[in-house]
Design a protein around this ligand. Structure first.
Ligand code: PEP
Ligand code: MG
Length: 929
């Protein structure tokens, strides 16, 4: 009984409690604050912060919350019942503060209505200025300002914006190209300027503007079928509705899709007193950054326009003047700075920008207006910046003690860091063209060059000092030299972890794979895409970061070699991170490169990669002999022949990486990839094996597997042909022993691939141990140590991790195969269906690029827990391609991995991602305290 009464009372009070839909700000006060971005949007929250907390001059106004936007869309574009009264109350508040009245004949208040979502969506939603100007209020405005030209200019701007944004767009009218009301009115204004012989809007005299406004209104009525409203309240509600409607405009939706901004956030609406930067020579408007967003320079930076409204700066009709000497460029250096023209206001603004930076601890982008020498702040938000600037600012701000090291590493996104590491297409040039084809972004950066269709031609072009784009249906080991020589690689087939992609990424080479729309004609040496046929020698530009192909040669930017700030910033990341970062490297050159990028060891040395690339002809030939051997005897002979090459490759690489460790993975060759396809190579091999071509073909056919990815590879090869494991173990230990003798630190970690059962490890470890004992006995090197671990890349091994860990000294997650086998998606064949999965939203991301944390991640988590249960100090790493993906690196940090390993060129990104993951931890803990 008592309980029921309490419940009823609670219900009653809940029903009574009204939701607050509007937050006011201005005159040194505010109901909201900067932390309320979810409810007030970025703009509204910061206006409140500037007004309430910082007491900066902000024109009074109010913010209608994002919840109203959600309500509006969930309730057939209607508003909560109380909203109308709330708007009226808050309008009254502004009237009291400004001592003006909305709709008054004598002393009219004009307002602006602007959008403002949680995340900035620049230019994607609507703004309407000068609301409240009507036939009735115009005379009052003229009397107050004494400037009819100014008032009618404001009126024509209102008609232009309102008819376009409220009457046409928000009403869902879709005019044909060039027939929209804005275009028509712009055209009329252009004609008038031509007739009058003036280039600047401010030179149109008042009487002409009066006539123009009348013509505008007549045209609006004729084209849109309804009259431009002459009632201030109708204008206000029309504008509010248009801003809410613009949340689901085409532009806004597309932008959110690209930027991954949730569609259910909604926008807030800010209604604010108009201040005028276009009231003559003592007024101005401008946009500024507290530091230079293009290079990170710590000087106040920006531009302004005398006698203008904000839209004039954005529209770029007039060349803005520089704020100060640091802001001048080639086009503006002759123009007067704000510092000179309005020194007092500039000083005030400079003080404000310093205050803002100290308060927000970041570089801010600010908008301001000067109305007759009085400064008003209209907006501030964290400023967008490029990679160079982001790194410079992060370093400077730590030095200035404005931010901590943890905050600094979070100030640079992996994409921004990537800008400093690779050559790229000049974004300005790229913005002006459309791609002609798209594929998977396998190797990042940009490349531009002439089309070639085979490796030999790529090499020839490279040797002639020219850039080649190697276009292939798919790549195989025979293409390696050509891939190395080419500036960029474009293939028709393949996925993100296909051979071409892996190798290209390892070299930091621009590469696009799985570009299904290519129609290659090898004999004619042509390729068709985007409706055009390209010949050998025609030029293409690739954006490997996005997977976009462009016709012709676009302007390129050089990578930031020798960039001192980059080195300093990465050193800062190293201080913050907990995860170690290793590289996947297969040659001494790769190892040296990886060191340059900051790798702390090799997490994956794929032995079979020694058969690719320079000077690999001989060992590749012997490997092929080994693969095509029919008897144990034949195979043993080939294995022994291979031994010195293998030992040399391992020794040189360990030496290049010393004193850091190298994880040498036993051979995991996809056998079919190594059978030569060229007839002359086949004949040569048959001859060396002393067999006929017929027999060769029979043996090659015998190697054919229906499912090579699940076939005779990895540890299975070692189980069936123990002599192959023995030879590799011997090569590893002899290499290490010889290095130790020469005082080079060498502690090899032997890694077994493709394990599915602990017994496989037992089997192989016995062979490895015997070889170790033999090498120690032979070389007499006593301090030769080693460990034997395994890759976890088959779901069964992850499930049985407790048992596996009892036999293994370390785990390294091979997430390429683990993803392949968990999904049942062949990593080489995803091109045929994955794009459709992504398009239809069945999967959110390519699981071969970003670790599938829900599925594959669950297996990993289980394996980590079970593995450490069996061996608390088990070393755990990842060496699949995900090791260089920032989101996946964060996952590895959370799961308590020891290290991540990725291709050399991605090491800096992994260092940053690891630091960011650790920084988030530290900052979250601080917040908790
Ligand atoms: C893996 O499967 O994740 C891995 C690193 O091995 P590979 O790519 O060589 O199969
Ligand atoms: Mg694998």
């Amino acid at each position: 009984m008592v309980k029921q009464t309490v419940k009823k009372a609670a219900k009653k009070s809940a029903a009574k409690k009204t939701v607050k839909y509007i937050y006011s700000f201005g005159a040194g006060k505010a109901e909201g604050n900067g932390s309320m971005k979810e409810l007030l949007g970025g703009k509204g929250a910061n206006l409140a912060e500037m007004s309430g907390t910082l007491k900066l001059p902000v024109p009074p106004g109010f913010t209608i919350t994002t919840e109203v936007c959600t309500y509006y869309w969930n309730n057939k574009r209607t508003y909560p019942k109380t909203l109308q009264a709330d708007v009226e109350t808050n309008l009254k508040k502004i009237e009291r503060e400004t001592k003006k009245q909305f709709g008054s004949e004598k002393n009219p208040l004009l307002v602006s209505v602007r959008s403002g979502a949680r995340a900035s969506m620049p230019g994607m939603m609507e703004t309407i200025l000068n609301i409240g100007l009507t036939e009735k209020t115009i005379p009052g405005m003229i009397a107050k300002t004494g400037d009819p030209r100014f008032v009618y200019d404001a009126y024509r701007r209102l008609i232009m914006m309102y008819s376009d944004v409220v009457m046409e767009k928000a009403a869902g009218i879709e005019p044909k190209d060039g027939e929209g009301i804005r275009k028509i009115l712009d055209g009329m204004m252009g004609d008038l300027k031509k007739k009058l012989g003036v280039s600047d809007d401010t030179h149109i005299p008042a009487e002409e503007l009066i006539k123009l406004c009348a013509q505008f209104k007549a045209t609006v009525k004729k084209v849109l079928g309804s009259a431009f409203p002459d009632d201030p309240m109708q204008q206000l509600w029309g504008a509010i509705g248009a801003v809410f409607a613009s949340w689901n405009g085409k532009r806004a939706i597309a932008y959110r899709n690209i930027e991954n901004i949730p569609h259910d956030w909604g926008t807030a609406v800010n209604v604010q007193t108009m201040v005028f930067g276009n009231m003559g020579e003592t007024s101005a408007t401008g946009v500024a950054f507290t530091r230079n967003p293009g290079n990170g320079d710590s000087h106040f930076y920006g531009e302004y326009l005398i006698n203008a409204q904000g839209e004039d700066v954005v529209a770029g009709i007039r060349t803005p003047s520089p704020m100060n000497r640091w802001s001048a460029n080639e086009h503006s250096k002759h123009l007067p700075t704000l510092e000179k023209t309005m020194p007092k206001v500039y000083k005030e603004l400079d003080k404000i920008q310093q205050k803002l930076e100290k308060h927000f601890h970041d570089m801010l982008d600010i908008e301001f207006t000067i109305e007759d020498q009085k400064l008003w702040m209209l907006q501030c938000r964290v400023g967008k910046r490029n990679g160079t600037a982001a790194v410079q600012m992060a370093l400077d701000m730590v030095k200035e003690k404005l931010i901590t090291q943890e905050q600094a590493v979070l100030r640079v996104t992996p994409a921004q860091l990537g800008e400093l590491l690779l050559p790229a297409i000049d974004p300005k040039a790229e913005a002006q063209v459309k791609p002609i084809a798209t594929g998977l972004p396998a190797g990042p950066g940009g490349a531009c060059g002439k089309i070639v269709f085979n490796s030999a031609d790529a090499i020839k072009l490279h040797e002639a000092g020219k850039n080649a784009i190697l276009v292939r249906e798919e790549t195989n080991p025979e293409d390696i030299e050509g891939m190395r020589a080419a500036s960029g690689i474009l293939t028709q087939r393949g996925g993100m972890t296909s051979h071409a992609a892996l190798v290209a990424r390892g070299w930091g080479k621009c590469c696009i794979v799985g570009c299904g729309e290519l129609e290659i004609n090898l004999s004619a040496k042509t390729v068709k895409m985007g409706g055009k046929t390209f010949k050998e020698g025609d030029e293409l530009t690739l954006n490997g970061t996005k997977g976009w192909v462009y016709n012709g040669a676009l302007k390129m930017l050089e990578a930031g070699e020798g960039n001192k700030n980059l080195v300093k910033f990465l050193a800062l990341c190293d201080k913050v991170r907990v995860l170690k970062v290793r590289a996947n490297a297969d040659t001494p050159e790769d190892a040296a490169n990886a060191r340059k990028f900051g790798a702390e060891g090799i997490g994956l040395f794929r032995i079979e990669h020694m058969f690719y690339g320079k000077n690999s002809d001989k060992p590749l030939f012997i490997l092929r002999k080994m693969i095509l051997s029919a008897s144990e005897d034949e195979r043993k002979k080939a294995v022994n022949e291979l031994f010195p090459f293998m030992k040399a490759a391992i020794k040189d690489t360990i030496k290049a990486m010393a004193p850091y460790s190298v994880t040498v993975r036993l051979m995991d060759p996809p056998l079919h990839e190594f059978v030569p396809t060229l007839p002359e190579k086949q004949q040569e091999l048959a001859k060396a094996l002393g067999i006929s071509m017929a027999e060769f073909k029979e043996r090659a056919a015998g190697l054919h597997e229906v499912n090579p990815m699940m076939g005779h590879r990895g540890i299975r090869l070692g189980v069936t042909y123990p002599e192959i494991t023995r030879m590799q173990a011997r090569a590893i230990f002899e290499a290490a022993a010889e290095l130790l003798k020469n005082k080079v630190k060498a502690v090899p970690e032997v890694m077994i691939p493709l394990t599915c059962d602990a017994q496989e490890i037992v089997n192989q470890k016995a062979l490895i141990r015997e070889e170790y004992d033999a090498v120690v006995a032979k070389t007499k090197v006593k301090n030769l140590n080693f460990s034997v671990g395994t890759m976890i890349e088959i779901p069964r091994a992850a499930v049985l991790a407790y048992e596996v860990a009892q036999e293994a000294d370390f785990f390294s997650f091979g997430t390429n195969d683990l993803t392949q086998m968990t999904f049942g998606f062949s990593r080489d064949d995803i091109g045929a269906f994955l794009p459709e999965y992504l398009k239809q939203g069945i999967l959110e991301a390519d699981p071969f690029q970003t670790l599938d944390q829900r599925g594959v991640g669950m297996l990993i988590e289980h394996a980590v827990v079970e593995g450490r249960e069996a061996k608390p100090n088990l070393k755990i790493g990842i060496c699949g391609e995900h090791g260089g993906d920032p989101e996946s690196v964060e996952f590895c940090h959370r799961e308590g991995f020891t290290y991540v390993s990725c291709s050399a060129f991605r090491v800096p990104i992994a260092r940053l991602a690891a630091a960011q993951a650790a920084a988030k931890d530290v900052l979250a803990k601080k917040k908790h305290k």
